[in-house]
Ligand binder design. Sequence first.
Ligand code: RIB
Ligand code: CA
Length: 302
Amino acid sequence: MKHPIILDTDPGIDDAVAMIVLHHFRKTNIRLIVAGYGNIKAEQTVKNALLMCDLLSMDTPVLKGAVVPQYGSYEDAAHIHGADGLGGMSLGTSKKQPLASSDFLKTLYDTIIEAGTVDYITLGPLTNLALLLKRYPDVRSHIARVVTMGGGIACGNVTPHAEFNIHCDAESADEVFASGLPIALVPLDTTNHVTFSMEQIESLSSVKTPLACLMQKILEENYKNCTRYGEEGSTMHDSTAVLYYLFPEYFKTEQCGITVDSQKYYGKTIVTKERNHVTLIKGAESQTLCDLILSCITSEGR
Ligand code: RIB
Ligand code: CA
């Protein structure tokens, strides 16, 4: 059953690639894009989501989400994604506007209720989803499943214990995992190995489309930033989560519960066997995923 999709994202370079992948396989199912704070401030993630919709000729509405975590401040990831969140390419501004809304949670809730049942994919902090569940508890029965890029069981990328999306708002993440919703968690332990080499990025130069040309420049910048911070290449964290949603057969999983530390090791995701509503991704066919992502970039935007 292909449910309408809510894409909760903070574009961000790997989010932008994940939008290309999701659009390639499910263009008609993406009901709403919620762009909030995360890799860069919310005003910019909204602009970047609208620009990606232009590049993909997508008319999916974009809604501005939370601009700060529930309980404090956060540090962005401009050092990886560039000052504008898309590698500093100065792409200008879309002619489209985000959804007019004085209350993004009400707009998000109404969209889900109107859709009946949705699949909810999160590629950034879990603040939007936590706030939605808190204000509208009945919405749980309208969310078939959640797929989340986040966490790290044996590793982190903000601290040795915490991954960025979770570290932005550990309290919200813990509330979402405690909600009992069926969640698939795609952590760094898997996504860190889904990386583009510079040779793979440069192979895009043979594809004469504006999208491939732009993505090659953005990914080259991302490759430099990611490897500067010890990653294996241009890491496609968010596309890995989207590809799990689309092709779970390429992944290994186990059932468990997840709790999130907001005290000693802020943002640490901890496996607990006391519950089993979380599908924890344990590994993937990384090169198969990289080939799939590249094929989406080369075939879109023609
Ligand atoms: O830790 C990686 C995650 O944080 C990805 O979603 C990336 O876009 C950033 O949001
Ligand atoms: Ca992201």
